[in-house]
Design a protein around this ligand. Structure first.
Ligand code: ADP
Ligand code: MG
Length: 684
């Protein structure tokens, strides 16, 4: 039996109600409990009084030298004092509300005190005390005590006791999961020792060594999952071989209204080479907003069609779907390629038509939202799936998509430049292509930060740009948890703008509009029939209107950095100088910092680096839906080097021919195969 097969009930002292409580912490089995690591230690090691500073919380050992004095206040409050000799110094120990200790404080008895030291009065306010002669083997004194995340009916003391008990009963059954050679190479503590030590470190150094081992294990197993999955799909080589010659692609590229940038060319080559391989492509295309990812996707889609298959382009919003539909229709005009649209707001009849068209192969390219991956969507022959701005897709969702039956090539595009740590964690199963430059002739967007009191000047700015034939966005922030207020806010701003510019055409875009209303508003703006577009963040991703040169963001302090950068990316998409104005009176230092970052750089990689700094990695994608794993012990920023190491080791191991067969790796394989992404995979 393994520790995963023992319920926590088997541990002495765990009752049925306690078992229930433990479930709330994700602890069901003995293995879970032993892997429930402390997040810090409390130091009960005994200190020399001479080296203690005023106000420190410390533990000292001494001998009782006087009789205790008890003062009572009211019914239940009391103050107990007693002289204690510590390191040849007479100290006053003070306990609050511990009157019952009075009888036990007999002169000559040895005692260990933990509390706050007051240098001036040679006094210690005691929070915990133990008698040295009463040692039961559970003494805290002299040790580092683990501190666990607890709550409900589970106290710190109970958790400590129960984990100790679990170690006593089951400690010897803890098995190594890491391949022996890696344990050796990095001089890691064996798992059994590490688990023991992390709960009961003895020395700080041991605790840290134990932690290092567990961090490596966690990161390694996570990376191994990604790398094994990656090598599996590669080796299997049952993807679609797209046989298209370079000539065909070059001819198509020549029909584009512009020449591809070097970055675009390089990425197109990488994608073409993947698509010709028998292994399914699994590639991430990173490129800052405005770097021209759409046309790269179009070329890849063209390639799949020329090879006799169909393509799908999946995006997060309906607005974006509509826009991509239009731009693809334009790009493929006259080529006989049929582009369709599938979103949640199609009528039932239209939807049926589209589904039939896909199944029979009348539609070559389908653009859509999540509606694309529903169960009843079938393709005649799906060759390529492109997801745009879908950085919130996790590893598992990507594998679901791939298993939609056809094993198509997959290209994921994101404008959120991802710091390397996150890239190898969230996208470790993918190959990465990056476009670093924007198309030639693009001027950097000038960004200003102004206070609300300067709104008049902002309005003057709008008038000037519109006077020169350009267009502007005015963004009002999403009010969280209130869709209604949100819409009201947008309407108010819309009315204000109409009053300020009675002679201009103002459009309004928010989440409550129907799909066809949104489409109408966007078409009018795209055709320069409206000069000014008041919008909520629904325009955040992907929207492309090159004539718009001015982006005004109201209450900009309410947005995160990457969101501001995305919004700013809606301008600067044509040859004209573009501007972004942040209207904000931030109250917090962090808010001011964000505004400053925006004015200092318009490079997405730099923005995301600063964002990571200000927010920490856990929050980077907006936590839960991120597809990022939640590590139990590893800290992505602090354990960066370990992450790199773990990844390299995992890639090496997963790439070995004997990884799936060699008995040495059995434990690691067993752990892997429990993961959802390997379910239903053919292994041999
Ligand atoms: P993003 O990478 O943000 O999705 P888009 O694909 O929407 O960027 O491209 C931004 C704009 O740049 C579009 O209007 C597109 O037509 C244009 N564009 C793309 N590639 C080039 C190029 N090589 N030269 C000039 N303009 C380009
Ligand atoms: Mg885009």
């Amino acid at each position: 039996m393994t520790l995963e097969q023992y319920s926590v009930r088997q541990i002495k002292g765990v009752s049925a109600p306690k078992e229930e409580e433990l479930h709330a912490f994700g602890v069901q089995t003995v293995a879970d409990l032993l892997d429930y690591f402390p997040f810090r230690y409390e130091d009960y090691r005994i200190r020399e009084i001479a080296e203690i500073k005023d106000g420190e919380k410390v533990t000292v050992q001494g001998v009782i030298r006087g009789n205790p004095v008890l003062q009572r206040y009211g019914k239940s409050k009391s103050r107990l004092t007693c002289k204690v000799e510590v390191d040849h110094m007479l100290v006053t120990a003070v306990w609050f509300n511990r009157h019952f200790l009075q009888n036990q404080l007999t002169p000559g008895r040895e005692i260990v005190l933990t509390g706050k030291w007051e240098q001036q009065r040679l006094q210690m306010t005691v929070s915990e005390s133990e008698f040295a002669d009463k040692s039961t083997g559970m003494m805290k004194s002299g040790t580092l005590q683990p501190v666990y995340s607890v709550g409900g009916g589970i106290t710190q003391a109970w958790m400590r006791k129960t984990i100790k008990q679990a170690l006593l009963q089951y400690g010897t059954m803890i098995e190594e999961v890491l391949p022996h050679e890696l344990v050796e190479r990095h001089r890691l503590m064996p798992r059994r020792d590490a688990v023991q030590r992390i709960h009961d470190p003895g020395e700080v150094k041991e605790g840290l060594e134990a932690r290092r081992r567990m961090v490596y294990e966690e990161l390694f197993l996570f990376q191994l999952k990604l790398q094994a999955y990656r090598s599996l799909t590669r080796k299997r080589g049952d993807g679609i071989v797209h046989q298209v010659n370079g000539e065909t692609i070059r001819n198509f590229a020549a029909t584009l209204p512009f020449e591809l940038t070097d970055g675009q060319k390089k990425v197109v080559n990488e994608i073409m080479s993947d698509m010709r391989q028998p292994a399914a492509m699994n590639r991430l295309l990173q490129g800052d907003v405005g770097s021209g990812k759409t046309v790269v996707a179009a070329i890849a889609l063209y390639c799949t069609i020329k090879a006799g298959h169909q393509g799908a382009l999946m995006v997060p919003t309906e607005i974006l779907a509509e826009q991509h539909l239009r731009s693809l229709q334009k790009l493929f005009a006259g080529s006989g390629i049929e582009v369709g649209l599938l979103t949640g707001s199609l009528t039932e009849k239209k939807r049926r038509d589209v589904l039939a068209g896909l199944q029979m192969g009348m539609i070559d390219i389908i653009v859509g939202t999540h509606a694309l991956i529903q169960d009843d969507v079938f393709f005649r022959s799906l060759g390529l799936v492109v997801t745009d701005e879908q950085h919130r897709f996790g590893v598992n969702q990507r594998s679901i998509l791939r298993r939609k039956g056809m094993n198509p090539d997959v290209l994921t595009m994101t404008a959120t430049p991802i710091p390397r740590t996150l890239a190898i964690t969230a996208f470790g199963d993918m190959d990465v292509s990056t476009i670093r430059e924007r198309p030639h002739g693009r001027k950097p967007i000038k960004t200003y930060w102004v206070k609300h009191s300067m709104m008049d000047r902002v309005l003057g700015f709008i008038r000037r740009e519109v006077g020169e034939g350009r267009q502007a966005y005015v963004i009002c922030p999403l009010i969280e948890e209130s869709d209604k207020l949100d819409v009201q806010n947008a309407i108010d701003l819309y009315v204000q703008m109409q009053q300020a510019f009675p002679d201009l055409k103002v459009g309004l875009l928010h989440g409550r509009l129907s799909a066809s209303e949104k489409d109408e508003v966007m078409s009018a703006f795209g055709a320069n029939e409206t000069h000014l577009l008041v919008a909520t963040t629904v325009v955040e991703v992907g929207v492309d209107v090159p004539n718009a040169t001015l982006m005004i963001i109201m209450d900009a302090e309410r947005f995160g950095l990457s969101q501001l950068h995305q919004l700013r990316g809606r301008v600067g998409r044509g040859a004209h100088q573009s501007f972004c104005v942040l209207v904000a009176d931030p109250k917090s230092e962090n808010g001011r910092e964000r505004m400053k970052v925006m004015t200092e750089t318009d490079d997405g990689f730099e923005v995301s680096r600063r964002d990571l700094e200000l927010r920490g990695p856990g929050d980077f994608f907006g936590t839960k839906q991120s597809g990022l794993p939640e590590f139990k012990i590893a800290d992505m920023a602090a354990d960066y080097e370990m992450l790199e190491l773990a990844r390299d080791d995992a890639a090496e191991l997963a790439g070995r021919d004997d990884f799936w067969t060699n008995p040495t790796f059995e434990r690691a394989r067993v752990l892997l195969l429990k993961d959802q992404i390997f379910q239903g995979e053919q292994l041999d």
